[in-house]
Design a protein around this ligand. Structure first.
Ligand code: SF4
Length: 428
């Protein structure tokens, strides 16, 4: 779930260039980078990501050529001399790039932007594309946080979603990453997949818990209205019903809780000592287009086809189509597909919802004067036990945690909190 407006405005390439120039005048404001690598070796049937199946390494080289040109355009406008807070590589499958390409990509980023020892570098990886050599290289390149797309370990579910990866492979890759010394290893799971039952998903969760990754995201699969042809290959009759789906998630919450994991926001679980858990406990957790964070960035520049960014209160997305994106970059035009500058009221809504999702509370002062009706509607959920009064405002109850998305919609005027709407980001 990313805080992006559902309606795209008339924000375009010139607006984006101007915003970058304004940010250049504010060197104390922090910057992070989101880099999208839109290539995969095959298409998983549940996938809603912006990606292309290819086996042509030269195509990826050409993409990096254009990406370097886009980086140069952004860096020269934004003042690439400020320290970068976070670099996040997502896709697609970032680790589908060869070792030489991963090295080149890192060198490009370091040449164009001011990436320092403290810059947090994270990457989403497909375990089927991981090897000891590649993981060692990523660690040597400064990546300390790595996420693997696991989804489900049951062979029947894996066949039904077109993504077969053995439990043995997941264990091997996990232990390789541990031995190499990554600070944070994350797994993505998906519930609501075809052939899944409470018994099969419980087994997946138990196996994951044996490994004890630092973070686990447990997303719900939902067929999108505008789903691609590959998603139609999923037999809807094999999908769990609503009640079973809910049970899968409730069981996962219970298992992670018993294992001592903290439940973060909507769908993430971390060890109690994790930064995110500490930040949530102290009411300072944030969420942006990279994910949950304890160290929010004032601006996030998206780089690559389909990349999402957040600049000066504007949500912006690059051209999704590779040719369109490259065409803009070659013409030295910012490759913006859409964006919308948030009004002051939009920003108040975004901040209220973000605070509610991340910190499970809404101080009344965040609503005062402009979101009073929304606040009253939220307060009415005290009647069904989903929220309760707390000295500064309202707090989500344990029962309300399972309805957090619905509670947020009380503040949702023309935003859409469907994470699938603009992009569907998860570890590959
Ligand atoms: S789920 Fe990940 S690996 Fe599978 S097609 Fe989508 S982006 Fe590629």
């Amino acid at each position: 779930m990313v805080y992006t407006p559902g309606r795209a405005g008339d924000y375009g390439a010139e607006d984006y260039a101007q915003d970058l120039a304004i940010i250049a005048q504010r060197p104390s404001e922090t910057l992070s980078l989101y880099v999208h690598i839109p290539f995969c070796a095959g298409r998983c049937l549940y996938c809603g990501c912006n990606t292309t199946v290819t086996h042509d390494s030269a195509r990826m080289d050409a993409y990096l050529d254009a990406l370097d040109r886009e980086m140069a355009m952004v860096a020269e406008r934004i003042d690439g001399n400020r320290d970068v807070l976070q670099v996040h590589l997502a896709g697609g499958t970032p680790n589908y790039l060869s070792e030489a390409q991963l090295t080149r990509l890192t060198e490009m980023l370091e040449r164009r932007f001011h990436i320092v020892a403290e810059t947090e570098r994270s990457i989403e990886c497909d375990p089927r594309r991981s090897s000891a050599g590649q993981l060692e290289l990523l660690h040597a390149l400064g990546f300390r946080s790595i996420g693997f797309g696991v989804q489900d370990l049951d062979p029947d579910v894996q066949r039904a979603i077109g993504r077969v990866q053995s439990e043995e492979l997941i264990r091997d890759v996990y232990w390789m990453a541990r031995e190499i010394g990554f600070d944070s290893i994350g797994f993505d799971l998906i519930y609501g997949l075809p052939q899944q039952t409470a018994a099969t998903f419980d087994r997946t969760v138990d196996t994951v818990l044996e490994l004890a990754p630092d973070r686990v995201a447990c997303f719900g699969y939902a067929r999108q209205t505008l789903s691609g042809p590959h998603q139609h290959a999923i037999d809807v009759h094999e999908l769990p019903g609503n009640a079973e789906r809910e049970q899968l998630f409730r069981n996962a919450v219970s298992a992670f809780g018993q294992a001592g994991y903290a439940w973060i926001g909507l769908d993430t679980f971390t060890l109690e000592t994790d930064d995110l858990a500490l930040a949530q406990g102290e009411g300072r957790l944030h969420r942006n287009c990279i994910g949950y964070t304890a160290t929010p960035s004032a601006h996030i520049a998206g780089l690559g086809a389909g990349a999402v960014g957040e600049l000066r209160g504007t949500c912006v997305q690059n051209q999704l189509n590779l040719d369109d994106w490259r065409h803009d970059v070659d013409a030295r035009r910012m490759p913006v597909a859409r964006g919308r500058r948030l009004s002051a009221l939009d920003r108040r809504r975004r901040d209220a919802i973000s605070h509610l999702i991340c910190n499970l509370e809404l101080p009344q002062k965040m609503a005062d004067g402009c979101l009073d009706d929304e606040y009253r509607r939220l307060a009415a959920h005290a009647g069904d036990g989903l929220v309760e009064a707390w000295p500064q405002g309202l707090r989500v109850t344990e029962a309300g945690r399972f309805f957090l998305r619905e509670l947020c919609t009380e503040h949702d005027a023309d935003f859409h909190w469907d994470r699938a709407r603009w992009h569907f980001s998860h570890s590959d």
